[in-house]
Design a protein around this ligand. Structure first.
Ligand code: C2E
Ligand code: CA
Ligand code: CA
Length: 721
């Protein structure tokens, strides 16, 4: 693709814009995701820390509560029991659920105090606590507010220890007797499932587990309780709440929605950019003179190329000229209609390719539009060179094209104009090549044709005539004349044939022989035929006893609704169908005999009469006569002309008359100009006569006058008789 720099820049800017937006959005999404994960971890961590603090404080509370409980128990101890220990041999266990002993601090708990099998293990755990009792309240914790100042019991100390291998709360309450601290109350309460449940409740956590630190799963949180002598740490472990996850979940939805939204936006944007690019491309092609379908130069660029070539031809001193070949596919529209425009497009491309291969360095190929191509051929010494190229092109199309597994045959018509012989400007060369192309088409297509001056003049003339004729038909400026058809005596008018004339302001009354063929070519024959039929039916009302013949062109007759139109017009004019005679030529029957036969049967069924005009000039008249239901044959005037000069004219007329009579048809002779011809036809038994001998075509008013004269004459005859 070739693009103008500004357009390319604009496209690139557009793409960069999309790219930039994409990058920004991606970075934003990435940042959001990262921030989300960071804050998720933060939230989780903060929640875990809060929980851990709550567990620690619940643990402290439980320990203080147990210490306080032990002290209250001590307060309630009778003095006697304390004394009993002083006198007794060892620690005294108090009755109750928790293990509680009255101990002698020196004898029972001092390091190296007697240890027997019955010695309670918890006392060993309590020993370190007891050792601190003298040193002041370093470990003193828990609520002491309701402590009775006059009580002999001191502040309790408590800790978590492993009295029998199980983590337990231990409290020591010293007895402050007169002799100083001698006695103490020591209590232990294991951290059992009930205690754990209470702790969990107090700390508002999931279920708390008492376990060794080594056994805590990675995702669980833990708070240290105590460490065994062999270094193993007991912890309280629990599954922490993870509020970050919920947050991620919620935000993730937002992100997904946003991402979807963005994706939709990007897609829409991408599509718009694509469309714009396609648009721009088409415009770009146009701007640089390239045909978007084939990539060939278009008409605009071709004109520039041709101009360059003309300049070169003008500058060079040698004989080398150039040629313009105007190529047009024959019946391409049919292929387009039957196979579809996609196939048509492919065919155009394949054709362009084949032509390009053929041309190589000898010129430039361009696609003007649709199925029209043009070539500027360089280094042309004479018409031979252009002719050879044209011939090569036509030969190259003998081979069919294979499109979508279909074999397609295509032919070209080529018009050639030479530079400088024919013209030396772009416009004139193109116009002349076009004129030559027109002639190639007219001469039967699939051929080439050179421009000739005379051809151009003819064409120009033709165009003028066509325009004038169109105007005349539209303005109703044509004239319909009538030529009498006589009975064999030549005295009585039995019918008339309507013959159209064109009164031209410059050229006078123009014969239909000079414009009917043109009207058929440029689609003017339908309005013309319609006008003639209406006019004839209108005039017929003046002559109730005459049959009126109307000439019908093949184009007109082939119209699907021709029969209906005639029927309607007859009804509108109030004319009996039997009075109307349609004159058809063989050309009506040639193209589609079946359709023609059907149409004729319909017309005859209405009562309309049919005549085969110009009989004998075609080449298969006899066959038509047998197959088609005519009422009449009209012997062409050329046979009458040759009656006197050549012997065979007489033989042919003789044969036609006899043939017609044998088939039961009315036989009419046209172009009767002399009394000899009349006598001859009379002798043969011909039925009707038409010709200048009786009358030239005349106006409707003249026919009316003649009828009156004829009727008057007949009445006189009758009166004489
Ligand atoms: P056609 O149907 O064969 O008409 C007879 C032609 O012979 C007429 O020529 C007529 O003027 C001419 N003619 C008649 N008698 C003589 C004679 O004795 N000697 C000579 N030399 N010619 C005679 P015209 O009027 O010039 O018409 C030419 C053709 O144009 C007609 O040939 C007909 O085919 C066609 N035509 C005329 N009017 C119409 C029309 O309304 N529609 C159509 N489709 N064709 C028409
Ligand atoms: Ca006729
Ligand atoms: Ca005729």
């Amino acid at each position: 693709m070739i693009a103008s720099p500004e357009k390319t820049a604009r496209l690139v800017r557009g793409e960069r814009g999309t790219f930039g937006v994409g990058i920004v959005v991606c970075l934003t999404l990435f940042g959001l995701a990262a921030a989300l994960f960071v804050s998720r971890d933060r939230a989780n961590l903060a929640a875990a820390q809060t929980e851990a603090a709550a567990v620690v404080s619940a643990l402290e509370d439980a320990r203080s509560a147990f210490a306080e409980e032990t002290r209250l128990q001590a307060e309630r101890l009778p003095e006697a029991m304390a004394r009993a220990r002083v006198q007794g041999a060892g620690p005294i266990r108090l009755p109750g659920a928790t293990e509680t002993y009255i101990v002698d601090l020196e004898r029972d708990l001092a390091p190296g105090a007697g240890r027997g099998a019955e010695w309670p293990a918890m006392l060993a755990a309590a020993a370190p606590l007891a050792a601190e009792t003298g040193s002041g309240g370093a470990l003193l914790r828990g609520p002491l507010s309701d402590r009775n100042a006059s009580s002999p019991w001191g502040a309790p100390r408590s800790a978590i220890a492993l009295p029998d291998g199980r983590p337990s709360f231990i409290s020591v309450v010293p007895y402050l007797g007169a002799e100083g601290v001698r006695l103490a109350l020591v209590g232990a309460r294991p951290i059992d499932p009930a205690a754990l449940a209470a702790l969990a409740r107090a700390a508002d956590t999931q279920r708390l587990d008492l376990t060794l630190a080594a056994h805590v799963p990675a995702e669980d949180a833990a708070v240290r309780l105590t460490t065994t002598p062999d270094g193993q740490t007991y912890v309280l472990a629990w599954r922490p709440q993870r509020p970050g996850e919920r947050m991620v979940e919620n935000v993730a939805w937002l992100l997904i929605v946003f991402a979807l939204f963005f994706a939709a936006f990007t897609l829409a944007h991408a599509r718009r950019v694509t469309e714009e690019v396609a648009d721009e491309e088409a415009q770009t092609f146009e701007a640089v003179g390239q045909d978007p379908l084939t990539g060939l130069p278009n008409g605009t660029l071709f004109a520039r190329l041709l101009e360059g070539e003309i300049d070169r031809v003008k500058r060079t001193v040698n004989e080398h000229g150039a040629a313009v070949l105007h190529l047009d596919c024959d019946r391409f529209q049919e292929i387009n209609d039957t196979c579809g425009p996609e196939v048509g497009d492919k065919l155009i491309c394949a054709l362009a390719h084949r032509l390009g291969n053929l041309l190589r360095a000898s010129g430039r190929l361009a696609r003007l539009d649709g199925d029209r191509f043009a070539i500027v051929q360089t280094d042309v010494v004479g018409p031979r060179d252009a002719e050879m190229l044209a011939r090569r092109i036509i030969d190259a199309l003998v081979e069919p094209f294979e499109i979508d597994e279909r074999k397609l045959y295509v032919s070209l018509s080529i018009g050639i104009a030479l530079c400088p012989q024919d013209a030396d400007t772009v416009d004139e060369l193109m116009r002349r090549a076009d004129v030559a192309l027109y002639r190639a088409k007219n001469d039967g297509r699939n051929r080439y044709s050179f421009f000739e001056q005379k051809l151009g003049d003819q064409l120009r003339m033709r165009k003028v005539v066509e325009d004038d004729l169109r105007t005349a038909i539209e303005a109703g400026a044509l004239v319909l004349q009538y030529q009498p058809i006589m009975d064999i005596s030549g005295k009585r008018m039995v019918g008339v044939e309507s013959l159209v004339r064109w009164p031209h302001p410059v050229h006078g009354l123009i014969s239909p022989a000079n414009f009917i063929a043109l009207a058929e070519e440029c689609d003017l024959i339908l309005p013309l035929g319609d006008w003639v039929l209406r006019r004839a039916l209108h005039d017929m009302r003046l002559w109730p006893d005459l049959k009126v013949a109307v000439n019908v062109s093949a184009v007109q007759f082939r119209q699907k609704d021709f029969g209906e139109t005639v029927e309607r017009l007859l009804q509108e004019a109030g004319i009996a169908p039997e009075r109307l005679e349609l004159e058809l030529t063989e050309s009506v029957l040639l193209s589609d005999a079946d359709a023609a036969e059907d149409a004729m049967i319909d017309l005859r069924a209405m009562g309309i009469r049919l005549a085969l005009d110009d009989f004998g000039t075609g080449f298969s008249s006899l066959i038509y006569l047998r197959r088609f239901a005519f009422d009449k044959i009209k012997i062409d005037k050329t046979f009458l002309e040759s009656l006197e000069t050549a012997g065979e004219g007489a033989i042919i007329v003789h044969s036609i008359v006899h043939l017609g009579r044998a088939l039961g048809l009315t036989v009419t002779a046209e172009g009767v100009e002399s009394a000899d011809q009349h006598r001859f036809l009379q002798a043969l038994g011909c039925h009707e006569l038409q010709g200048y001998l009786f009358s030239k075509p005349v106006s409707a008013a003249d026919i009316t006058r003649r009828l009156r004269a004829q009727d008057g004459g007949e009445q006189n005859h009758a009166a004489v008789a």
